[in-house]
Structures are given as C-alpha cells and as structure tokens.
Design a protein around this ligand. Structure first.
Ligand code: ZN
Length: 151
C-alpha cells in the first residue's frame, strides 16, 4: 500500500465531476487500499478519489461504528430527517463549518467484488456518505456551510 498526496482547496480537480467505474481492475483495488491508508494516516473518516487526483466514483469511509466501507459508483437513494453538525475536510485542512445534512441516508454502491450493496447510515455515517459523494460531483462542504472557522 502507498500513501497518496491529498489535493487541497484551490486544486481544480476538486471541482470536477468523476466518471463511473466501468470495470473493477487490480488498479481499482490498489486505489481502494491506498485511499484507506491515506485516510487513516490523515486521521480522517472519509476520502473520495478526486481528493487523490483520480476522477472516478470511488469513496472510502471509516467510522468507529461502521468500520471500513468501500463504495464504487455510489448513489444516494433515500434520505430522511435533518442534522446540523460540524464538518471538516481533508482537502481543507485547519477549518471546519456547520452544515445541514439528512439524519438518515441510504446508499447503493458496488463493493470491491462487484457486488451491489445497500448501506444505511445515520448521524456521522450519514454525513460522511453525503460529504464524500458530494466530492464525486465537485461539491465541497464549504459550499453549504455556515460559520466556517479556523480550528
Ligand atoms: Zn472532503
């Protein structure tokens, strides 16, 4: 595994839309492994492929409750409720802001074996799903946050 360079705010790639993964190849699996290592080394709970310079719909998420979740071509299929919480981003170090997100989020995605999976997240995991999938469309939390502050 290898630690990847995390792209920072101001890098145009963070504003680009990612493409679907057409075929899961050894490169895809290596990217998933490297993204998990990069996320853990940076002490984050989520990382999307554009953040490491790859415009493909690939996300890794790890919360204490969820463990490691790998998402390929994720789609949010259902949301409900509402929460307002502090959010940060590995691409925007040293800052955080308050965002409004759904409290419950259902995501459909492929796993690394190409199997279709359905995930239900609430609270932190719901926020992570929204935040990371936003990255695949060039959206950043600062677009919707209020009260952005230095940490
Ligand atoms: Zn982020």
């Amino acid at each position: 595994m290898a630690k990847l360079k995390i792209r920072k705010l101001g890098d145009d790639i963070l504003r680009c839309k990612s493409r679907d993964v057409d075929a899961i190849t050894p490169r895809t699996l290596k990217l998933l492994d490297d993204m998990a290592e990069t996320m853990r080394a940076a002490d984050g709970c989520g990382l999307a492929a554009p953040q490491v310079g790859v415009l493909r719909k690939i996300v890794v998420i790890e919360t204490p409750e969820s463990g490691l979740i790998e998402l390929i071509n994720p789609v949010i299929t259902e949301t409900s409720g509402e929460q307002e919480e502090v959010e940060g981003c590995l691409s925007i170090p040293g800052k955080s802001g308050i965002t409004k997100r759904p409290m419950n989020v259902t995501v459909e995605a492929l796993d690394r074996y190409g199997n279709k999976r359905v995930y239900h997240g609430n609270d932190l995991l719901a926020r992570a799903f929204c935040h990371e999938i936003d990255h695949l469309y060039g959206r950043l939390y600062i677009d919707i946050a209020k009260d952005i502050e230095d940490n």
